[in-house]
Design a protein around this ligand. Structure first.
Ligand SMILES: Nc1ncnc2c1ncn2[C@@H]1O[C@H](COP(=O)(O)OP(=O)(O)OP(=O)(O)O)[C@@H](O)[C@H]1O
Length: 347
């Protein structure tokens, strides 16, 4: 018996001879919240549609609890989907929309009523049963779509940018609600988004994709703190990404200066990419630091200032700090060894 609920093995997909998925391998455990994250067109939705059975892979295999389900029709899979467009039935009220899947299964009226009421409670819409779909806000409609997808108790729920149409505040509220719901029900969620913050907030694991390939799979902390390459570092959060040369273990050269770092295992003099997060650079007086530079711009971002400093070697550093500076001010920068993360080039 496999420990995985969903396994994708060497999945490739071509549309009109254009390869949109290239050797995708993913293992998902029961009750996991896994997010497919990447820019538009990278193949997230296609991957989800293959899992849901709405699309067939050109090659490779899909397993559900250890059984190959490549050719199983969607309705036979214990997998349900929530799309960005709610796809509710406008002529039915809320109750009938949620009850739809159960009515098809010819379940008794009392049981249906009990289950719909449980679902309405779960999505925080108790008492909304008789309301028309058109009288609901976008957020409420999406809650109904989620209730409808969950009522038949699928083992896996696929969610394709389900919060994409909502405003930022509501989206943040719904992110937490969805996460709580997933924990409470113990259902595996596979979630698609291009929003890195959403992925970091909600997921147990994130799968970062670009151009039909997986770039990295890991926990939000792994992906943020240990990005595998320049693409992941750039896509997840704001970063300083600089080229350098790994002189030896724990020593990296950036534009004529040698920095201590915690990385090892590179070839001697290997060309590398280096990422330093803006919140990991400290600003001090020029005389207190090895790196000296001049503040070029200061932008207030609400919780911090974003400052750009050009150092003596013409390297520009983006820095997030709560301390105010002025353009033209001479400053020193402190970058501790654990703030420097060295990555292989072109992985
Ligand atoms: N039915 C189709 N026929 C032809 N090409 C398609 C089809 N569906 C998707 N594609 C192409 O496959 C690629 C991947 O698309 P997909 O929708 O999976 O990306 P995505 O990462 O989900 O993007 P988005 O965030 O914009 O939805 C794109 O280049 C897209 O144009």
């Amino acid at each position: 018996m496999t420990q995985y609920i969903i396994e994708l093995k060497n999945i490739c997909k071509e549309f009109e001879e254009k390869k949109v998925l290239n050797d995708i391998n993913i293992n998902i455990k029961p009750k996991e919240f896994v997010t497919l994250l990447g820019p538009s067109g990278c193949g997230k939705t296609t991957t989800l549609r293959i899992i849901g059975g709405f699309e067939n892979a050109t090659s490779g295999d899909l397993y559900f609890e250890g059984t190959k389900i490549n050719n199983m029709p969607p309705y036979k899979r214990q997998i349900n989907t929530v799309f960005q467009k709610y796809a509710l039935f406008p002529h039915m009220n809320v109750f009938d929309n949620i009850a739809f899947g159960l009515k098809i299964k010819k379940i008794s009226k009392e049981k249906i009523k009990e289950k719909v009421e449980y679902m309405l409670k779960l999505v925080n819409l108790e008492g909304f049963g008789k309301r028309k779909i058109s009288s609901l806000s976008g957020g409420q409609q999406q809650r109904i779509a989620i209730a409808r997808a969950l009522i038949c108790e699928p083992k896996v729920l696929l969610l394709d940018e389900p919060l994409g149409a909502l405003d930022l505040k509501l989206r943040k509220e719904m992110q937490l609600e969805l996460k709580n719901m997933q924990k409470k029900l113990g259902i595996t969620f596979i979630y698609v988004t291009h929003d890195q913050e959403e992925a970091l907030t909600m997921s147990d694991r994130i799968i970062v994709m670009s151009e039909g390939k997986i770039q990295q799979i890991g926990t939000p902390e792994d992906i943020y703190n240990e990005p595998k390459n320049k693409f992941v570092a750039d896509f997840i959060g704001e970063s300083n990404i600089i080229e350098g040369i790994m002189l030896s273990d724990y020593k990296v050269k950036i534009e004529n200066r040698v920095f201590e770092c915690l990385d090892k295992g590179f070839e001697k003099n290997e060309e590398v990419d280096i990422v330093v997060r803006p919140e990991d650079i400290q600003i001090t007086k020029p005389e207190n630091a090895k790196i000296k530079g001049v503040v070029k711009t200061v932008v207030f971002k609400g919780v911090h200032y974003e400052i750009v400093v050009e150092d003596e070697e013409k390297v520009e550093w983006i820095i997030h700090t709560i301390h105010m500076s002025k353009a033209g001010e001479k400053v020193g920068l402190i970058i501790e060894p654990d703030a420097i993360h060295v990555m292989k080039k072109g992985v």
